[in-house]
Design a protein around this ligand. Structure first.
Ligand code: ACO
Length: 361
């Protein structure tokens, strides 16, 4: 009985929206975004093209991809106030303030404003954490290239741009995940685009969702070396802790994004120093999880290879969750548009388990 109640509270299998934006087949390990399989899309499309396609699917309107660059340039005007307001905060927390501080920009649709602002804010917050001044966007650059340059100040190599672009495309949308649901719930009250993406970002930041990739590296560091893998896994699982980068609410097989990102990592850095060790940890973890959780298939999820790819791109660990948002804000904003077109107020019910006051006769 208690299992049934818990599952109901997690809304497992409950259909909360109709969407044409993306589709997850958790048994087949298939993810379709904007009508294409993620493995193909991540190798062939720019993030800008995918964002514009998602928006077009959502409301039928075609946007200019170049407007995303204009939105990056416009967002830079908000950076001084953002840095002032977020002094002493981590980049993860600072970006929450960033999304909340978004304002309309003349001539740009709100979804474009939000997508353009995300990397500008993330890069500025990351540099501020290192005591560095923010770098202005280049409106004519590719979103992935400009994101990397705003972070480091150096022009990225083409393979780095391809790798980050593949990442942003891979995470751009994923059906009714927790943060997208938060976006749609907020949109369903007609609170607007900026409120909705802010709500979504807040939901993303927890370790059970987009907060996992930093802890994936923390766990790999904690293991330390091949000889400790078995003992570390045993101790960690014996303590009832979760292995970061494993398990998923919907996938019962390997998350297809894990392989899309592994391919991007190999293309970027074929001799990646961490990869062989990480894959040994992955195999040992899968074996141990299978042995311990025979009734619940647990496989590698997107965050495991996200961590390795973002590390190979020399993106600071504290920025992993904001980078996830840089990609996912495309999907969140498209869901907001789609909900405005075909959704109603989302207002579920709760079973009251408290006491009822006795009414005076
Ligand atoms: N390590 C160890 N055990 C796990 C893990 C894990 N990573 N994931 C699930 N389990 C176990 C649970 O302890 C539970 O065991 P029990 O039935 O004996 O209590 C069982 O599997 C089912 O777990 P639930 O919590 O019901 O699964 P749920 O669907 O709610 O969890 C989640 C999905 C949150 C992703 C979970 O697998 C997890 O915590 N993973 C680790 C964190 C992580 O990688 N997060 C990123 C997810 S991907 C994304 O959001 C982009």
């Amino acid at each position: 009985m208690s299992t049934m109640v818990n599952r109901a509270i997690g809304l497992d299998g409950v259909v909360a929206a109709e969407t044409a934006l993306s589709h997850v087949d958790g048994l087949a390990g298939r993810l379709v975004i904007a009508g294409a399989d993620v493995e193909d899309l991540s190798q062939s499309a720019t993030f800008e093209a995918v964002a514009c396609r998602l928006w077009e699917i959502a409301d039928g309107h075609v946007r200019a991809q170049s407007d995303i660059g204009r939105a990056r340039a416009a967002a830079f005007a908000l950076v001084p106030t953002l840095l002032q307001a977020t002094k002493g905060m981590s980049p993860i927390d600072g970006l929450r303030v960033g999304f909340a501080s978004l304002k309309p920009v003349a001539g740009l649709a709100p979804e474009i404003v939000a997508v353009g602002a995300a990397p500008v804010f993330a890069a500025a917050l990351s540099r501020a954490a290192e005591g560095l001044a923010p770098l202005a966007p280049d409106a004519s650059a590719l979103h992935a290239a400009d994101t990397l340059r705003m972070l480091t100040g150096a022009t990225p190599a083409p393979e780095q741009v391809r790798a980050l672009n593949a990442y942003l495309v891979t995470v751009s949308d994923h059906s009714m995940n927790a943060s997208t649901f938060a976006a749609r719930v907020t949109a369903s009250t007609q609170a607007g685009m900026f409120a909705s993406v802010t709500a979504a970002y807040c939901a993303l930041t927890g370790p059970l969702h987009g907060g996992a990739p930093g802890p994936v590296l923390d766990q790999l560091d904690e293991i330390g070396g091949e000889q400790h893998i078995g003992a570390w896994l045993k101790d960690t699982l014996d303590r009832g802790e979760r292995l970061m980068g494993f398990g998923h609410r919907v996938y019962r097989v390997r998350d297809p994004r894990a392989d899309a990102l592994r391919i991007a990592l190999l293309a970027l850095d074929p001799k990646n120093a961490r990869l062989a060790f990480a894959q040994n940890v992955e195999q040992a973890a899968l074996t141990e999880l299978k042995r311990r959780k025979q009734d619940r298939p647990l496989d590698t999820n997107v965050e495991f290879y996200t961590a390795l790819l973002l590390e190979a791109l020399q993106i600071p660990r504290a920025l992993f969750t904001p980078m996830f948002a840089v990609g996912r804000v495309a999907g969140w904003s498209a869901h907001v548009l789609e909900h405005a077109r075909n959704g109603r107020l989302i207002r579920p019910d709760a079973r009251y388990v408290g006491t009822l006051p006795v009414k005076a006769a």
